[in-house]
Design a protein around this ligand. Structure first.
Ligand code: BJW
Length: 224
């Protein structure tokens, strides 16, 4: 059986990582839509960099929770029959044991060159705006996908959705496209669809089945 699992911020909530759109999801009073855009970065690079610096520093203080660990077990069991796509930029899936995670919105621990688009691991020692070690032309920015930018690995994700027997969405509000449209694409291609989320997502009506509660309980129960 081929399975695609899509995860969002809700899967990391029980690890202590704030979500974007729940009541505590603001950062210094700003919505993510005000910070996570190329325009915001161009206008106030230090301000946007601080948002990511704080999240990078926080990463070392959080641990994978039972939902990440359960998906790690599933990854081990299914190998390439599981495509695990996350919108999250943390590394909790990897630390929970999952292999070959598709980070469609990028990764906190990576940096992107605006000139040559080369990706470089982010080291603590890097200054705020380090030059690209590959081309030296431009400074590195956070390697994340902001509004108006094209998410990573869309071809691979679309191919996996088209051949999936089951599509499972975990901990995402369904407010942001293209991820919010994956359920309809998978369904149109013949997959069964399941939502695991704290509350009904914006797209809950598109799923064949929805289970509502904590990811840390729902995901292990589904996997096992
Ligand atoms: C729990 C829980 C627990 C809590 N257990 N559950 C108008 C209409 C339609 C689309 C558009 C439009 N105008 C513009 C667009 C496109 C735009 C978009 O969707 N905008 C919307 C605001 C409408 N999208 C884009 O621009 C994207 N690019 C694009 O479309 O390019 C065109 C293209 C696509 C494909 C092919 C070719 C061309 C890019 C989107 C980039 C999003 N970037 C961010 C920031 C990433 C970096 C960072 O992390 O800082 O990604 S924004 C932010 O939202 C982040 C997240 O990944 C993303 C989704 O959030 P998520 O994960 O769903 O979190 P929340 O907080 O919303 O929800 C958490 C859920 O968990 C809640 O439901 C809780 O209840 C639940 N929960 N605790 C289980 N314990």
């Amino acid at each position: 059986m081929k399975i695609v699992v899509l995860t969002g911020a809700g899967i990391s909530a029980e690890s202590g990582v704030p979500t974007f759109r729940d009541s505590d999801g603001l950062w210094e009073g700003h919505n993510v839509e005000d910070v996570a855009t190329p325009e915001a970065y161009d206008a106030r690079p230090s301000f946007v960099q601080k948002f990511y610096d704080e999240r990078r520093a926080f990463l070392s203080k959080v641990e994978p929770n039972p939902a990440h660990v359960a998906l790690g077990r599933l990854s081990e069991l299914l190998g390439s029959d599981l495509t695990l796509v996350t919108q999250n930029i943390d590394d909790l899936h990897e630390r929970g044991g999952a292999h070959d995670v598709v980070h469609m919105h990028g990764e906190l621990l990576s940096a992107l060159c605006r000139a040559c688009t080369g990706r470089t691991p982010w080291h603590k020692e890097l200054s705020d705006f380090p030059p690209c070690p590959r081309c030296g032309v431009s400074e590195l920015r956070p390697d994340v996908v902001w509004f108006g930018e094209i998410p990573y690995e869309m071809g691979r994700i679309q191919a996996a959705l088209m051949r999936a027997d089951l599509f499972v969405s975990v901990g995402t509000s369904g407010a942001v496209y293209p991820a919010a449209g994956f359920v309809q694409m998978a369904k149109a291609c013949g997959a069964k669809t399941l939502e695991l989320n704290l509350v009904p997502s914006d797209g809950t009506a598109f799923f064949d089945e929805a289970r509502h509660g904590l990811a840390g309980e729902l995901v292990p129960a589904w996997v096992d």
